[in-house]
Design a protein around this ligand. Structure first.
Ligand code: FMN
Length: 221
């Protein structure tokens, strides 16, 4: 797939087909993604590739934690509030998702059911968990992790896979460590759900917005 096409046609996939992703394909993607840039070529990332029974256990337990109202304690704290226009955009995605699923905003039960699906990682057949050593300065490691994360998403897309970057996958790191042996010395940064997209599902089809170029670029000559 041509690079511009890959960038502009990738989208977050929130419903997957049940088919598993062949391990050689995941390897091919990660083999290429290791060429992502990083500060001073430090390559601070570690990627846990989680599939099969281990993933199944984690999906169920992560969902249950949400349903039980367990207080999240992510290694990467989530923003509590956004200034405008970010707040508006954040709210808009939530609305678009609910509309695509025909869930009325006031239907709290259906919203919680959907949140449960998200915390079950949309039943994706593979999860890539990106972590970095706690001992290194986090800011640049976050940039580096973001670079490889996006590279993985684009490569997955180029191979006909779908992905969803999921803060919801790393809200309960203690739970992650109970099921997936990521040591305490590593901070879990983000997870990416990967699988074959259900292209027919409305949740994978809604129109997404982006700010115009002029809204975020300044040109100096
Ligand atoms: C750091 C990060 C965390 C995200 N966490 C979630 C999440 O927990 N749940 C979800 O449905 N989407 C999540 N997303 C996906 C965003 O909502 C999505 O990228 C954004 O709405 C733009 O849509 P697009 O990916 O389809 O272009 C996350 C994206 C990023 C970059």
């Amino acid at each position: 797939m041509e690079i511009f096409q890959a960038v502009t046609t990738r989208r977050s996939i929130r419903r997957f087909k049940p088919d598993s992703v062949p391990e050689p394909l995941l390897r091919e993607i990660l083999e290429a993604a290791r060429w992502s840039p990083s500060w001073g070529n430090t390559q601070p990332w570690e990627v846990a590739v989680v599939t099969g029974a281990v993933l199944d256990r984690f999906q169920k337990a992560n969902r249950q934690h949400l349903i039980d109202g367990v207080t999240p304690n992510p290694d990467t704290p989530m923003p509590e509030a956004w200034p405008e226009p970010l707040k508006q955009r954040y709210g808009d995605v939530g609305k678009q998702v609910l509309t695509a699923l025909s869930i009325p905003r006031r239907d709290k039960e259906a919203r919680l059911r959907y949140a449960g699906e998200m915390f079950a990682l949309f039943s994706a057949p593979a999860l890539l968990l990106f972590s970095v050593d706690r001992g290194i300065p986090r800011e640049y490691a976050m940039l580096d992790t973001g670079a490889i994360m996006q590279t993985v998403c684009l490569l997955a897309h180029a191979r006909g896979l779908g992905s969803c970057i999921l803060a919801a996958s790393v809200r309960y790191p203690a739970l992650i460590r109970e099921i997936i042996p990521i040591p305490e010395t590593k901070a879990v940064i983000i997870g990416v759900a990967v699988g074959y997209p259900d292209k027919e599902a409305p949740i994978n089809q809604f129109t997404r917005e982006r700010a115009n170029l002029d809204a975020f670029t300044l040109w100096f000559k």
